[in-house]
Design a protein around this ligand. Structure first.
Ligand code: NDP
Length: 449
């Protein structure tokens, strides 16, 4: 008789948990996955996927305007139905949710639609009261939006609720200036909302290259987004007319119809029973793991946002794959966190890989920076005064590219391919030796001065 009910019990069926469970099952492990909400996690249900679809939807606002300059007879006023887009996005989310469920069951993993809590190194208790045992337990419970506890904070929403709104708010205030704030500021602005973005400092997208984020700030302001910096939330009050009045330090109160918090995400470790099992959690609530994603309890591992290493879907997927191959296929490997490309799906989008100029200057003896500051051909004909900016950061000693940063239409699509070159350790000379593909925006990559 088997010593445990399962070889692997995964808590959380997001991107990382699904990958780890599916791969472990394909390696022959008996696997169960507990999920209290919906299979797919943040990325599929209330993050990357629905957000990207909203970004596509929002971009039509500009495309329809630009189309006139390209000879199309587009009426001055085009009606937009939020309900149509929202419901179509939900349909797509439902479809992917079913695909994820099938992926698990087709590989023999059992899905348990219940909350689960760790009660020992090999024991998990389900919400229904049943206790099951497993040789290994994997914590893959992701993260949840952080909401500053100011008076009236419960009147605000987070990105979780943004997808479910009844209508596009006429006026929205977004707190935070990171990924989610800038992406949703762009989305709502294109849908016609009056958008105010407030942040406690005067830095947007802190980890991106300063020139690239300055360009986004400048373009976003030109598009009508109002930025208020050094503004700490004091509170939200409901007014007599049913609106929300937001008070903050350093600025006048602002009256809006919706307040959205985008002030970071915190690991989902509450009520998981980790302390009972002896799993260490850091001061931010993240599960502490080693390079193998192992906690300080030998039978318990953790992957993805709950470990707060790099809150990105492809990283959670890689951590899940590495865990399953290492533990269930005798194929030990670790995730490489160097030169991970990332993007902000703002309007226009940003993409980057490797060191920013300031990081390179802090780290290396000598640094060379090459740039291309250009107006995409399509923007010229459309009379759209938006310039793209590409930046290549090289090690001054050997010409090796240590960072590549872009803002402009399709920047994430272009950067993914260029990131291969950065990861492969190529030099500026390799880009110079490559003939430009004309006319394209991507050709600026091989024409930087
Ligand atoms: P970010 O970490 O990107 O930005 C958080 C913002 O909130 C910053 O402007 C920060 O200010 C501010 N902030 C942080 N804590 C507080 C606080 N206590 N009170 C007031 N303001 C605060 O977080 P997001 O919520 O935008 O996104 C969470 C994570 O999800 C990202 O870090 C990213 O890893 C991931 N994500 C990735 C996406 C992508 O790949 N395209 C899209 C969306 C999310 P300051 O910096 O000035 O201190």
């Amino acid at each position: 008789m088997a010593k445990y009910d399962y070889d692997l019990f995964t808590i959380g069926a997001g991107s990382g948990g699904v990958r780890a469970s599916r791969v472990a099952a394909s390696h022959g492990a008996k696997v169960a996955v507990a999920e209290e909400y919906r299979v797919g996690g943040t990325c599929v249900i209330r993050g990357c996927v629905p957000k990207k679809l909203l970004v596509y939807g929002a971009h039509f606002a500009e495309d329809l305007k630009d189309a006139k300059r390209f000879g199309w007879d587009v009426p001055d006023r085009c009606d937009f139905s939020w309900a149509t887009l929202r419901d179509n996005v939900f349909e797509e989310v439902d479809r992917i949710n079913s695909v994820y469920r099938e992926t698990l069951t087709n590989h023999g993993a059992e899905i348990i639609d219940e909350r689960a809590e760790v009660v020992g190194p090999h024991e998990v208790k389900l919400a229904s009261g049943k206790t099951v045992t497993a040789k290994y337990i994997l914590i893959a419970t992701g993260a949840t939006p952080h909401v500053p506890q100011c008076p009236g904070h419960e009147l605000g929403i987070t990105s979780n609720e943004a997808f479910h709104l009844d209508d596009v708010p006429k006026r929205i205030l977004i707190a935070g200036a990171g990924y989610i704030a800038n992406e949703f500021a762009g989305i709502f602005n294109e849908f016609g909302s009056t958008v105010t973005l407030i942040n406690r400092t005067d830095v947007i997208l802190r980890n991106y290259d300063h020139q690239i984020r300055d360009r986004l700030l400048q373009i976003s302001m030109m598009k009508g987004i109002d930025f208020k910096f050094h503004a700490e939330f004091r509170g939200i009050e409901k007014t007599k007319n049913g609106c929300l009045s937001v008070s903050m330090t350093g600025h006048e109160d602002v009256e809006v119809d919706c307040v959205m918090f985008a002030t970071g995400r915190v690991p989902n470790t509450g009520r998981l029973g980790l302390d009972k099992a002896g799993v260490t959690v850091d001061d931010k609530g993240a599960v502490v793991v080693d390079d193998w994603s192992k906690t300080d309890v030998d039978s318990i591992y953790a992957i993805g946002d709950v470990t707060n290493r790099m809150q990105l879907t492809p990283i959670a997927i890689r951590e899940g794959q590495a865990f399953a191959d290492t533990v269930f296929n005798d194929d030990p490997h670790q995730v490489d966190y160097e030169n991970v490309p990332a993007a902000v799906f703002s309007h226009p989008p940003i993409a980057g890989v490797g060191m920013t100029e300031s990081k390179a200057k802090e780290t290396l003896g000598s640094v060379k920076v090459y740039t291309s500051d250009f107006r995409p051909m399509k923007n010229v004909l459309a009379n759209r005064n938006e310039r793209g900016l590409y930046k290549m950061i090289c090690d001054g000693e050997n010409g090796k590219i240590v960072g590549l940063h872009m803002i402009g239409p399709e920047a994430p699509e272009i950067l993914q391919a260029a990131a291969v070159a950065v990861k492969a350790g190529l030099t500026k000379q390799a880009f110079d030796d490559t003939v430009a593909l004309h006319p394209s925006m991507a050709e600026e990559l091989v024409l930087m001065k």
